[in-house]
Design a protein around this ligand. Structure first.
Ligand SMILES: Nc1ncnc2c1ncn2[C@@H]1O[C@H](COP(=O)(O)OP(=O)(O)OP(=O)(O)O)[C@@H](O)[C@H]1O
Length: 700
């Protein structure tokens, strides 16, 4: 209930902001209208007096005269000590910077600028924007999410006011550049899971007029068929399409891959199970793989000397023309397990590449749930096709469509890595046709086939230009593969597909040392801080949170505490997301705070620690998250905060994963598991085909 939260909502709707001085105050649908000059003072007093925890500044003025509004704002005596939130975090999907157009009179705006950063970035790695409300009482922090006015210290603190919202039209609409409602909000409530959308006329995922109480889950908006894409992109008016042009691969060092770790040899002891009719023999080295010479050369240049188990099995299976469903632990080389045999096929059985100025027909389509993963797959294909005529392309949202179109139509593409939304768009526009597809690959297949993406995948599989199962080769890979998803997946595969599992399906990588700490939602912040302080070197730490806003909040907090931190989540612009990853990869930022958008597939050198600030909703997500460390035989560490209030339903599954990975199970955790399900060990084998040949058990 909004009213129960207690809010101050301030609207100013009088033209020119000077004539209206009506002040009213109600819970839930409270409207305060008053002279803008007094807004902050009055709100502050009211908040202070009534101990309310939300402020909403609403400049619902459809101002035709922005300049006078800006002037009005300039004249407004806003005490720097009182307004503390940087609203930028709510409008990061666009590059528009209103202050550019009113630069000459930006004193109001400038007083909210981050004060002590020389370049265009603040300490969090966020791009500095004008127009954000920004704490400036000590002049050095742009993301201090404090918001409660403390009359004794004359500034805000975080223990009371939980929301600051700014709503407006005209000038503020531009400032926020949101949807037609022209409003945006920033919720700084700690541990918040239920941002309140309200107003008049709100609808699902959109803050508008007539709002309602609505929960946004982590980064789960699939309307653009990408995990963690920016919801606000859904209703961008035509004409404000993304213009970001990503750079070409420029730093080979950054895509060079993780080095083999001390535990790499332990891969030999992992049990591999294969089922399906007449599976091809596995290989035991790259040299007996039959891969063409140029690929062997590229492999050695990339320091791939010994194949991992999933590569030993998948490479011969794909070379033999068989369909494949494969599961292997995180960080064990699944990407190369399909890229290499595909490249081998393209090179040894070349066919003409069809393309013209209007369309192209890739030979290989690889789908991934996130933009960053699509980029990573593209880079992997690119590095292994060095010195060949193979052309690689990538399609993903948040970037210029014209640019991506020109890239793939220039010379055509053999291998196209893509997120479903952008690919569908290109297929709809007849820019991409599946008429020449030989291989169709689903990376993170269980994710691609669950609720969020399934309809998009089906659109492609059933597209008139797509070849039938029998005429194309299909392969699916993931570290997790629930039985129901396997069942669904079988309809996309030939009936005699091979199933390979390396280790337990859905099991965690045993090279990750896992620990669980009991917390409450109120002490997570301190807990993460003390974890970082206790680390000898916190370089390479990913902190996972459930909410996009929480990502900014935690990133801001850690930056404040002098841990260089950046964040990645679906409300950041694509350019910012790529910049954040780049800064993290190049060690400019020690800590990356991330939502689900970074949970799967991302392969980043030097990730030593994963912290689950919030535990995810599902155990599979947990397995993927902690798999960002402990890759390729390197040791890693995962620390998870367990809040009994919100995480008890995960307890039994968590215990199961801890046991499977030979980790210690805290005694207190068992209490929470008692009523929430089985902690039994993994099933022995689960190829769901009823008629599957008896599994061939082999030790690699
Ligand atoms: N045989 C190999 N020799 C050396 N390095 C390898 C080998 N195979 C893979 N790698 C490297 O191991 C890292 C992990 O590979 P990859 O990202 O394909 O793992 P994955 O199994 O797909 O992980 P996830 O489940 O997290 O997606 C990459 O840096 C890759 O370059």
């Amino acid at each position: 209930m909004v009213g129960a939260l207690g809010e101050v909502i301030i609207f100013d709707r009088g033209k020119g902001f000077s004539s209206v001085a009506l002040f009213s105050f109600v819970f839930d649908s409270i409207i305060l209208s008053l002279h803008i000059t007094d807004i902050f003072t009055m709100a502050e007093n009211t908040a202070n007096q009534t101990d309310m925890n939300e402020w909403v500044y609403d400049f619902s003025q459809d101002s035709n005269n922005e300049e006078s509004l800006v002037e009005e704002l300039n004249n407004t005596k806003i005490n720097n000590n009182k307004v503390t939130e940087n609203i930028d975090t709510e409008k990061q999907e666009n590059n528009y910077d209103v202050a550019d157009s009113i630069n000459t009179q930006n004193s109001w705006l400038n007083q909210f600028e981050p004060k002590n950063h020389n370049d265009n970035k603040d300490k969090t790695g966020f791009k500095k924007r004008r127009g954000g409300f920004n704490k400036s009482n000590n002049g050095n922090n742009s993301f201090e999410n404090t918001a409660n006015y403390d009359s004794t210290s004359n500034h805000f603190q975080s223990n009371g006011v939980e929301h600051i919202r700014v709503r407006g039209r005209g000038f503020l609409k531009k400032l926020a550049r949101e949807n037609e409602s022209g409003r945006f909000e920033y919720n700084v409530q700690e541990g918040n899971t239920a941002p309140v959308y309200r107003g008049r006329g709100g609808r699902a995922n959109h803050r508008g007029r007539g709002g309602r109480l609505r929960e946004t889950s982590s980064d789960s908006c699939y309307e653009n068929a990408e995990e963690g894409h920016n919801k606000k992109e859904n209703d961008k008016p035509t004409g404000s399409k993304p213009v970001y042009i990503p750079p070409d691969i420029e730093n080979k060092e950054l895509i060079s891959g993780i080095e083999v770790g001390l535990n790499f040899d332990k891969y030999k002891t992992i049990e591999v199970k294969v089922s399906g009719i007449n599976p091809p023999e596995c290989m035991s080295s790259f040299h007996d793989s039959g891969l063409c010479d140029i690929l062997l050369k590229n492999l050695s240049e990339c320091n791939f000397s010994t194949p991992t188990p999933i590569q030993n099995y998948s490479i011969p299976i794909i070379i033999a023309g068989r369909d494949l469903m494969a599961s292997a632990q995180t960080g064990s080389g699944k990407t190369a397990a399909y890229i290499l045999p595909i490249l081998h096929n393209l090179l040894s059985e070349p066919t003409e590449l069809v393309f013209d100025e209007y369309h192209c027909e890739p030979h290989v389509v690889i789908m991934a749930p996130t933009r960053e993963l699509a980029i990573q797959i593209f880079e992997c294909a690119w590095k292994f096709s060095n010195r060949t005529n193979i052309r690689n392309g990538v399609l993903y949202g948040g970037t210029s469509i014209a640019h991506q179109k020109s890239k793939i139509l220039q010379k055509g593409v053999h291998i196209l890595a893509a997120t479903p939304g952008r690919l569908n768009d290109f297929v709809d526009k007849h820019i991409v046709s599946f008429a020449s597809v030989k291989f169709f690959i689903l990376d993170e297949a269980d994710r691609m086939l669950d609720m969020g993406f399934k309809s998009n995948i089906e659109l492609m599989i059933n597209h008139p230009t797509m070849k039938s199962n029998e005429k194309r080769q299909t392969a699916m890979f993931s570290a997790t593969f629930a039985s129901e998803i396997q069942l669904l997946a079988t309809s996309y595969l030939k009936s005699d597909y091979i199933f390979v599992s390396v280790g337990e399906i859905g099991g965690a990588c045993k090279d990750v040392f896992q620990s669980v700490i009991k917390v409450t939602k109120f002490n997570k912040k301190e807990a993460v801080l003390s974890l970082l302080k206790d680390m000898e070197n916190c370089q390479g730490t990913i902190v996972f949170v459930e909410q996009k806003r929480m990502a900014d909040y935690v990133a801001a907090y850690l930056s404040e505490m002098n841990f260089p931190t950046t964040s990645i989540h679906g409300d950041r612009e694509q350019e910012e997301r790529e910049q954040a990853l780049h800064d993290f990869k190049t060690n400019k930022m020690k800590v990356l705070v991330a939502t689900a958008v970074a949970a799967r597939g991302l392969d980043i050198k030097g990730v030593n620690n994963v912290v689950n600030f919030d535990l995810p909703k599902t155990i599979d997500e947990y397995v993927h998250r902690i798999g960002r460390t402990g890759r390729l035989g390197n040791a890693g560490k995962a620390i998870s905060f367990f809040d009994p209030d919100s995480d008890s339903s995960l307890a039994s599954e968590l215990i199961r994963i801890l046991r499977q990975a030979d980790q210690e199970v805290p005694t207190w955790l068992k209490e929470y598991a008692q009523h929430t399900g089985s902690t039994q060990a993994f099933e022995d084998f689960n190829d769901i085909r009823e008629n599957a040949a008896a599994p061939i058990k082999e030790m690699w």
